[in-house]
Design a protein around this ligand. Structure first.
Ligand code: SF4
Length: 220
């Protein structure tokens, strides 16, 4: 396998192998990046918000790996037979994987097109990043949080750009490559009719794979 000698590195806090049924088709390995532009109240991976380094600024905190795409490939290639026989591959999550578009593009060059690459994303990113990733990502799993802008802001700490983000996605990605998650968020969207939100998304956009989920609360 060609070594691209990348200088691109990314902080990764988890690599979870042999997953089925949670990250799209086939057997997948979840790769979780540090960092996220949102600050969700019930973040499933609050570790992604922690610092990457000790206070000395150079020592990585426990369990965090600073990897190049080639380093990552060497770690995950053990599951190549599973990926190829089941149509699976790598699911990039976190944290927010769109913060690491250059890394993912380079990883695709290394792993080739035999593996499926899935993103689990809040899609809080620029048009350019979506375009860049459209070339290399096979499936997008997009958690929109909520269609209610005030609730979105209360829950994530950021102003909602959901409609604009979905519009960008529609312009750049074929609809069969997109799954949209519409969550029920305890304490934030109680009483909201998610079926109406789904109909609203279907009316505005061409997405057809839209699923309801329910968040669990945590102690964050
Ligand atoms: S978008 Fe995901 S990773 Fe980011 S804060 Fe929300 S739940 Fe956590």
């Amino acid at each position: 396998m060609q070594d691209f000698g990348s200088t691109i590195k990314a902080p990764i806090f988890a690599i979870s192998r042999l997953r089925m049924g949670t990250d799209g088709k086939g057997i997948t390995t979840l790769v979780a990046f540090m960092g996220c532009p949102l600050n969700c109240k019930y973040c499933l991976n609050p570790q992604c918000h922690e610092p990457v380094y000790e206070t000395d600024g150079t020592t990585l905190l426990k369990n965090i790996m600073m990897l190049t795409p080639q380093n990552l490939y060497e770690l995950v290639k053990v599951d190549n037979p599973y990926f190829q026989t089941t149509g699976g591959g790598i699911c990039f999550g976190g944290g927010e994987p769109t913060m690491y578009a250059d890394f993912i593009v380079e990883f695709r060059k290394i792993c080739g097109h035999r593996w499926k690459i899935t993103l689990e994303t809040c899609l809080h990113c620029s048009d350019n990043v979506i375009k860049q990733l459209s070339e290399v990502v096979d499936h997008w799993i997009v958690d929109i949080k909520t269609m209610d802008p005030p609730a979105y802001e209360q829950y994530t700490g950021k102003t909602s750009g959901v409609l604009q983000q979905l519009s960008l996605l529609q312009m750049n990605i074929p609809q069969e490559k997109v799954t949209i998650k519409v969550p029920q968020i305890p304490g934030f969207t109680d009483g909201r009719d998610l079926d109406l939100d789904i109909k609203d998304i279907e009316r505005r956009f061409n997405f057809t794979d839209i699923i309801k989920v329910r968040y669990r609360t945590n102690n964050r």
